[in-house]
Design a protein around this ligand. Sequence first.
Ligand SMILES: O=C(O)CCC(=O)C(=O)O
Ligand SMILES: [Fe+2]
Length: 350
Amino acid sequence: MATAGVPQRFCRCACFCSENLYVARYGLHVRFRGEQQLRADYGPILRSRGCVTPKDFQQLLEELEQEVERRKRLGQESAARKALIASSYHPARPEIYNSLQDVALAPEFLAAAEYSALPGADLKGLLQRLETVSEEKRIYRLPVFTAPFCQALLEELEHFERSDMPKGRPNTMNNYGVLLHELGLDEPLVTPLRERFLQPLMALLYPDCGGGWLDSHRAFVVKYAPGQDRELGCHYDNAELTINVSLGKAFTGGALYFGGLFQAPSALASPLEVEHVVGQGVLHRGGQLHGARPLGTGERWNLIVWLRASAVRNRLCPMCCRKPDLVDDEGFGDGFTREEPTTVDLCVMT
Ligand SMILES: O=C(O)CCC(=O)C(=O)O
Ligand SMILES: [Fe+2]
């Protein structure tokens, strides 16, 4: 469905500063309101995962307090980094910052998106144009970018990494990578990718998850390398839908694994392993539990776009599973809005 909206102010949910704090050492997401609550809610599980001595617990407390402070400052600090990068960073591959061209996209991706935008398109027709990785889990895969585009984007990201520009962390679980909006790549690259190509695809694949109502995103590149992050613990995304595109380089290991939906009990029984194919994107629901196996050799860079539909998340924050407690934020925030999205069905207007 084609939609035209007025510019929105986006918000985050206040739970961002108290829920789902990730403790990598103990492989655990915790809710944190203070020492007593942490002991009461997580004492036994923390002990079973190696947080045994008073010193261990004290260290964990300090880390959680720091993480809360970091999260409170995140929006403003990110906006400041973006402004500095815009004024003083010199790209290695300036063409990446031009508006997204069809030549950057794999023919299969163009064909699937073009088909999906036709008035008579249906799910059955679309499924003939992409790979069904799991029908039950509704996971799909298709080529997204051409090899030269992946190469150019990687070169640009490595150039940025080597620069002395300030860098944000892609999300609360990955320590290495790049936030694309800070680099100035949202407007020319990610927003057109979402609006022109992913929206029609997702509307057919996941109409029940807001696929037809995507109005913002959070896009980042995650990097895995020896001596840096090597694997990713099991989690669900703060997104209605996700696309994960493998950009390269040469690597072994790092496969994605998928369990059930996070709301379902025994959600991680018999996970499904999905290998990366360079240039290809894996599509899945944000609520599908997943993680990444340890990297073997080489470096792995993946573009992740968390796609958000305010019409869905305004009703229920996927991170705290409550009605969101809205806090104004910078940019797309976490994709919540105070008003319902104002959309005009362009089909009706013609
Ligand atoms: O390592 C990957 O490719 C998956 C990353 C991921 O799931 C995420 O960032 O949400
Ligand atoms: Fe994820």
